[in-house]
Design a binder for this molecule. Sequence first.
Ligand code: AVI
Length: 320
Amino acid sequence: EGISLSYGFIQLYQQNDDAVRAELREGLLDEHPWISPKYLYDALGSKLFAAICALPEYYPTRTEQGILQENMRAIGKSVGRGVTLIDLGAGDCAKAAKLFPALQPAQYVPVDISVEYLREAVSALQCLHPQIQMNGIGMDFSGSLDLPDEVRREKRLFFYPGSSIGNFTPEQAAAFLGNVRDACGRDGGLLIGVDLIKDPGILEPAYDDAIGLTAAFNLNMLQHLNVLLGADFRPNDWRHRARFHSGHGRIEMHLEARSEVQVRWNGGGRLFHEGQWIHTESSYKYTREAFLAMLERAGFGEVRCWTDPNNWFLVCHARA
Ligand code: AVI
């Protein structure tokens, strides 16, 4: 007897190629050069990030996983069964798949900007769980959460793990949480993981590991820019940097020029002087109180939280 698979893939282009190039050029030509961290995730970048999650120094993934495992029954009770599980930044879908036994979702909707990586992951997962309707969506959800009609409106549970919320500025994060709240519907909610402020001696190695995986992840962005912009960045000309800035409560990742570097791209270019850097990512860390206040301001109602014995990481279920 054959298995009928309900896997469908929808690709939404929210930014056209011209808009992407314009955003990249604007950042590279800025007085303080920057590139949005979303460009860390091409096919190789997504694989490197999955490998980072297995590093001994990168505590967020395993700490969050421990919290989810330890409290799975309570989380399942809080969320309920048969949800429409919308996985924001799904990557390899591994984190959400671990929730399937407790939540038994009616529909699973993984969303990611890195389309090819997602397509592979979802088709493999659909074979393992033929009873769950799966609709992968390739989209950049940072601007708008306008989901296609294929996504059920009932019992929407947005899943936003891994402290990805930390890659927005607090202002962007507040606006994003407001969008999620609006997209939830009355019986919906959000299951979110957030990294808490802690000793820089723990934070910094998590973003500058001994075997150089995070450096490769950061430097790979230059190869992605070469493709997107027709640029001629050479990763060897640049050095990975990661520092915790306590005033901002954030880890900053930079790419720093090792010497004077001339970069050209279609229709332009820039000379970077030795030591000049491109800001490639911020990863904000929150206190529990500040994050709960943000959820409340975004319009969420009742919130339940779980943490680890060190209080390094927080998982919250917020009802719409
Ligand atoms: C995806 N995001 C939550 C990661 C973080 O910790 O900010 C990305 C990352 N950057 C370097 N290592 C991991």
